[in-house]
Write a protein that binds this ligand. Structure first.
Ligand SMILES: Cc1cc2nc3c(=O)[nH]c(=O)nc-3n(C[C@H](O)[C@H](O)[C@H](O)COP(=O)(O)OP(=O)(O)OC[C@H]3O[C@@H](n4cnc5c(N)ncnc54)[C@H](O)[C@@H]3O)c2cc1C
Length: 429
């Protein structure tokens, strides 16, 4: 049984159902469709792994590298949107150039080659992108755009054809262990019995883990990433999406980007406003969850983060960028000076990321995998989680298989266009 019909839970169900068609697999999702939350509310980029430290974010980087090729192949096969449209990462000062040099090295170590990524001077960039102001830039050719909602829905269809049961509109409200089985209560009163549970609950995965006694030393903090839709008159301002070097990469505060989505529309975002629920899109949900979440944070490692002066300053900055549109747009105006905040009037769809904090008050950079004999928990599955969801799911199944669980030795099955064993080989290289 898998809790969570995001891109991760759905992809895990697909590979599991492909490898073992006789096993009964259910995905429980509280929303009316898969990818309703973060998986369908992101920037839609299929990321080249140049932003990820190969030592600290090894699993994310590997999964992103292979995930790119897999989504490209899958989208072609199912006739779904995918564009290899690249991204430009700009440095606005000398310090930023040093960071770009580091990103170039990380990108190469994570598998990119000279035709995928290169450093360009601002004079060189000006020839193709005259509106962008910067000191230097990384031109990343192997970066793409897609619609992860559509991809997830298609993977769900494939998984259902293999026999997976998707229980939508079904919220898990209680999990208990009785006689070596999980007894899972849903909000409509139904009870599900399961031998094994995979927790792919995204922003709620930490609460689910805590409920069954896992990862008690960790906690999470939720950040809402907001977007602004850019009017048509700016549609041709750049050919490529533009990111700027994040000033505080150890925190989950990204500087908003200039985004060209797969359908050609443009947006600015996301910021990272602290909220009190993984579903804290609006005031009423945040007011409801404020007291319990604050109490949880103050009695955990998050307390140290909250007390940290720099963290507090960054939080204030992000809250200001939520209240004031021009504050957010001005962050992009630094490298695209011709945009004018007054002409931007429509908000985009916000998505929430949940970052894990350890007992020392530090944000954990990589994904966290925890398990006991009857459950497996994927925590801190953040960006570029959508890019890497397919190979990462295969990796999780390999972990389970090595523990003698769910699949008896990973078979060399053909799952859609991929040979399962070859995905694993690539993840292990
Ligand atoms: C603003 C933003 C921009 C991003 N941009 C990108 C990008 O451009 N490229 C990229 O690769 N990644 C991006 N990411 C990261 C990526 O979107 C996530 O890593 C990925 O979507 C996580 O998928 P998931 O399946 O783990 O979580 P989710 O999509 O959140 O799915 C978890 C599901 O579990 C369900 N659930 C939880 N608890 C219960 C319960 N008790 N009962 C029933 N159901 C439950 C939820 O309803 C939810 O649907 C971005 C993230 C954010 C926030």
């Amino acid at each position: 049984m898998i809790i969570g019909g995001g891109i991760l839970g759905t992809s895990i169900s697909y590979f599991l159902s492909c490898l073992n068609k006789s096993r009964k697999i259910a995905v429980i999702e509280q929303a009316s469709r898969v990818a309703f939350h973060t998986s369908g509310r992101n920037t839609g980029k299929v990321h080249a792994p140049y932003l990820y430290n190969p030592d600290k974010k090894k699993l994310f980087a590997k999964a992103a590298f292979h995930g790119y090729d897999m989504w490209e192949e899958y989208a072609k096969l199912r006739n779904l949107p995918f564009k290899k449209d690249g991204v430009i990462e700009v440095a606005l000062d000398e310090k930023g150039i040093k960071v770009l040099e580091k990103y170039l090295k990380w990108g190469k170590r994570n598998g990119l080659d000279d035709s995928d990524i290169k450093m360009v001077s601002h004079e060189e960039l000006e020839k193709t992108e005259p509106e962008i102001r910067c000191q230097a830039a990384l031109q990343v050719y192997k970066d793409g755009s897609t619609d992860y909602s559509l991809l997830t829905r298609s993977v769900m269809k494939d998984s259902k054809e293999n026999g997976t049961n998707f229980l939508l509109n079904s919220r898990v409200i209680e999990i208990k262990k009785e006689n070596n089985s999980w007894v899972i209560k849903l909000d409509d009163g139904r009870i599900i019995l399961a031998k094994y549970m995979i927790n792919a609950g995204g922003g709620e995965s930490m609460d689910i883990a805590h409920e069954v006694g896992i990862a008690k030393n960790l906690t999470d903090v939720h950040f809402r990433g907001e977007y602004w839709k850019i009017p048509k008159k700016y549609k041709s301002l750049t050919k490529t999406s533009v990111y700027s070097v994040p000033e505080f990469p150890d925190y989950p505060f990204l500087d908003p980007h200039w985004i060209i989505r797969v359908d050609g529309s443009c947006e600015v975002g996301p910021n990272a406003v602290p909220v009190f629920s993984p579903y804290g899109y609006n005031k009423s949900e945040n007011i409801k969850e404020f007291v319990p979440k604050m109490l949880e944070m103050l009695s955990s490692g998050a307390r140290k983060a909250i007390m940290d002066r720099q963290f507090q300053e960054l939080v204030i900055n992000e809250i200001q960028s939520s209240i004031s549109k021009s504050k957010m747009i001005n962050r992009v105006k630094r490298f695209l000076p011709s945009i004018d905040a007054d002409s931007i009037v429509k908000r985009g769809t916000a998505g929430i990321r949940s970052s894990v904090i350890n007992e020392n008050g530090k944000f954990v950079p990589d994904v966290i995998l925890e398990n006991d004999e009857a459950s497996f928990h994927i925590l801190n599955y953040n960006s570029p989680g959508a890019t890497g969801a397919l190979p990462f799911s295969a990796h999780i199944i390999d972990q389970l298989s090595k523990k003698g669980l769910l699949v008896n030795g990973v078979q060399d099955a053909q799952c859609g266009p991929w040979r399962f064993a070859s995905i694993l080989e690539k993840m292990q290289q």
